[in-house]
Design a protein around this ligand. Structure first.
Ligand SMILES: C[S@@+](CC[C@H](N)C(=O)[O-])C[C@H]1O[C@@H](n2cnc3c(N)ncnc32)[C@H](O)[C@@H]1O
Length: 253
């Protein structure tokens, strides 16, 4: 077994995160750069230090994940989503924003559903990275981060705190943030909507297939899966999914 694979195995024992399910060239490049920056000649020596030093481990976990997100990323895709959204009768819509990073995605969904006004809903927002989840939970964004939203929405759904824009309880009360590893943790049943964008690209083909299969099992019949703009996949029917629009899939009824 080569040194990087051995490192991956040891890291899995330490943290439960399996690096081998991520595309190797990018991951190895990123972690080698970090290891060298910290002055370790080998992954063996780096691992020995990681087991002793929780700050070093935190830094590695932060580097593994890329947390960039935006409000209303690709606005026309969100409009498509609103057109195909299943609206359950007599109960709230159950949505899961998986790999939500700093929270822009679940807050965008909540904002659009508030604007529609005809759907009761609850959103489960998850990410593997607890540090970024605590930012998401705080719901505090810079002017640059909220640039995708209209002035009207900013006034309706945010309060100003100095330079920052803070999400109001009107959006926040519908969202539960929790740590969840898409490659290791169980998936919840009976979801009407799963939004998972810009994380599948980091996974190996095998891991990506496993996650899509999991999403399909998690969706209720007629439920919708919304993926990122480079994450369309072929052969949706093998997962029991049909196409519902660009980057949108619907679970067979
Ligand atoms: C580029 S961000 C995507 C944010 C948001 N979905 C969007 O499209 O704007 C990728 C996120 O995936 C998360 N991530 C990486 N591996 C994960 C895993 N195995 N399970 C859950 N989240 C993961 C990272 O922590 C990061 O926050």
């Amino acid at each position: 077994m080569d040194e990087f694979l051995q490192f991956a195995r040891q890291l899995e024992r330490l943290t439960g995160i399996d690096l081998t399910l991520y595309k190797r060239p990018q991951m190895e490049r990123r972690l080698t750069a970090l290891r060298e920056k910290r002055g370790y000649q080998t992954f063996d020596a780096y691992m020995a230090a990681l087991t002793r030093d929780s700050d070093l481990l935190r830094e590695l976990l932060d580097r593994m994940t890329i947390n960039v997100s935006e409000f209303l990323r690709n606005p026309e895709r969100w409009q498509d989503l609103m057109r195909v959204l299943p609206v359950p009768a007599g109960r709230p819509l159950r949505a899961w924003s998986a790999a939500c990073a700093s929270g822009e995605e679940p807050y965008t969904l909540a904002l659009l559903l508030e604007e529609r006004g005809d759907v009761r809903y609850e959103i489960w927002a998850t990410d593997i990275d607890r540090t970024i989840l605590s930012h998401a939970q705080r719901g505090r964004y810079s002017e640059h981060q909220v640039r995708g939203l209209t002035q009207e929405w900013l006034e309706r759904y945010f309060v100003r705190d100095g330079d920052a824009f803070v999400v109001t309880p009107r959006l926040r009360r519908h969202i539960r943030f929790e740590a969840h590893n898409l490659l290791a943790d169980p998936y919840p049943p009976s979801m009407d909507l799963i939004i998972c964008r810009n994380v599948l690209i980091y996974f190996t083909e095998e891991a990506k297939r496993r996650v899509i299969r999991g999403f399909s099992e998690s969706l209720s019949p007629g439920g919708v899966l919304f993926v990122g703009s480079t994450e369309q996949f072929m052969g949706a029917s093998q997962y029991g999914l049909g196409n519902a629009g660009p980057f949108l899939y619907r679970k067979a009824r």
